[in-house]
Design a protein around this ligand. Structure first.
Ligand SMILES: [Cu+2]
Length: 510
């Protein structure tokens, strides 16, 4: 009975793993299948037969999953957009997904995040160092990206980081309190707010929302070590460990002018971790509070009272979108909107791509984009000369060896909540939303000063600025033909996506 339960548990665990992972490959080499069967082999107390049953269940599950996927697509055979039959196409899709992860240095998924804090009230996750993934990302090696997710009515213990931090609030209603000099500044934030927390600033956070989780995306720039930062907790006892505990008792007694026992009582206690539950009364008292002794009574409600202060937040959604039509909206904030971004030389943008729509293929003249998918599904495609041949790394170090003209590899990644992709400066890129949901992407654009977004198709595309002779020479066809094609797409920046059939098939592999 116990063994049977264990068998069920193994299958269940892997069902969940498979349900959350994309790119199910039912072929022999499938890593999940291998892992599932490996677990079967190590079931304690199971005999050979039971292990075999367990392995068979793993196998059956993956086959069934494949069958369900086929049914969900609800179609028979036929030739796809790519000219393959369906099974071939699915196989290609699976191959592509595997490659996506193995060979795509610009794309990050769940497993690339490290959970650095986790309590029953929330967690902090940080993406691995960019240069750990690939040398091609060393242009952004001084940045890290991560997220904070906490429960309703929770409290993140006071701490400071040896990193500059820019927070973007996607969900929940945090109040972020910072101690600056002899004053405290508390900012009631809402969805769309951007707030910089300078390095070394003592800070604590509540989620004052009673029902909604808090979801903040953070861009960090460490100030001590180039790609590494640490949190220092000023409160707490043993968990989180207080910074005071590192000092010797004699030093603490002198520093506090207090007795050993009372210090032991304060710093010796076991706490519930750095993200904890707060009571309704505590949340109410900590909401709407302001710096120092200044009272904001009698204000009520949720208005962020401090948006006008120099160090207060900036709401990205309160600005007019810089691009907008029925296929999507682009909101952008640079240091003219929020002065605090100037020192970090970053711009923040938020693209909401309507379901079934796409972003114009475009490139950034100077910025490298660190993109965090906040919601929805879709994919991105990018042209990368660095990956185009196996010699790319050599070529990169010795550009003089590049004799012929470069070629470009299609770099692709399937996007869903929590995935991250990097678009280096100059690299043409597009993102496409699935037919099921809008795709919402937050971008931190590093090296932002004087950056220009250059659209390759649609209204105001770059070719439309060329002289007619340049167009003819560049494309080798009469200028009429160049113009005819480049003028067809009249929308600007956001377009209708690839046609339904084509997209449906593309989606079949997700
Ligand atoms: Cu590249």
């Amino acid at each position: 009975m116990e063994i049977k339960n264990k068998l069920c548990l193994v299958v269940l665990v892997f069902s969940v793993l498979l349900a959350v992972s994309s790119g199910v490959d039912y072929k022999e080499k499938d890593p999940e299948l291998r892992q599932c069967q490996h677990q079967c082999q190590h079931l304690r107390g199971a005999d050979e037969q039971q292990k075999q049953i367990c392995e068979q269940r793993c196998d059956d599950y993956i086959k069934q999953k494949k069958q369900e996927e086929k049914q969900r697509r609800g179609e028979g055979g036929g030739t796809s957009f790519y000219g393959y039959d369906e099974d071939q196409e699915q196989y290609q899709g699976q191959q592509r997904q595997q490659q996506q992860y193995d060979q795509n240095p610009y794309f990050f998924e769940d497993q690339d995040f490290e959970t650095i804090v986790e309590t029953d009230q929330g967690r902090v996750q940080i993406l691995q160092k960019f240069t750990e993934k690939s040398d091609l990302l060393r242009g952004i090696q001084n940045f890290r990206i991560g997220s904070l997710i906490t429960n309703p009515h929770s409290f993140v213990a006071p701490h400071h980081l040896d990193a500059d931090c820019v927070c973007f609030v996607f969900q929940g209603r945090p109040t972020i309190s910072m101690v600056r000099g002899e004053k405290r500044e508390s900012h009631n934030l809402e969805r769309g707010d951007i707030l910089r927390v300078p390095a070394g600033t003592p800070v604590y956070i509540i989620n004052r929302d009673e029902n909604e989780k808090l979801f903040i995306v953070k861009l960090l720039r460490p100030v001590s070590l180039p790609d590494q930062f640490e949190a220092f907790f000023g409160g707490g006892g043993e968990n989180p460990e207080s910074i005071f505990r590192a000092f010797s008792p004699e030093v603490l007694q002198a520093a506090f002018k207090a007795g050993r026992d009372e210090l032991q009582r304060l710093f010796g206690q076991q706490r519930q971790g750095s993200i904890m539950k707060a009571s309704r009364e505590q949340i109410q008292k900590m909401s709407h509070s302001s710096g120092g002794a200044e009272k904001i009574w009698p204000f009520h409600g949720d208005e962020p009272f401090s948006t006008s202060t120099k160090s207060g937040p900036f709401n990205l959604f309160k600005k007019r979108p810089s691009q907008s039509n029925q296929h999507g909206h682009l909101f952008e904030a640079d240091f003219n909107d929020y002065k605090q971004l100037e020192e970090l030389d970053i711009q923040i943008s938020f693209a909401n791509i309507t379901r079934g729509s796409m972003v114009a293929p475009h490139f950034n003249s100077k910025s490298t984009k660190i993109s965090f998918v906040l919601d929805g599904e879709g994919f991105f495609e990018m042209a990368c000369p660095h990956l185009a041949s196996q010699e790319s790394s050599q070529r990169q170090q010795q550009p003089q060896r590049r004799s012929s003209s470069p070629s470009y590899q299609n770099v692709r990644g399937d996007l869903r909540r929590g995935t991250v992709f990097i678009v280096p400066a100059g690299h043409p890129v597009t993102a496409i939303a699935s037919r099921n949901s809008n795709l919402q992407i937050l971008c931190f654009e590093v090296n932002a000063k004087d950056n220009v977004k250059i659209p390759l198709t649609g209204k105001s595309n770059v070719v439309s600025q060329f002289e007619r002779e340049a167009k003819e020479l560049a494309f080798g066809v009469p200028v009429k033909e160049v113009d005819r094609i480049f003028n067809k797409q009249q929308d600007q920046f956001f377009f209708e996506g690839p046609n339904n059939q084509q997209q449906g098939r593309m989606w079949s592999v997700v």
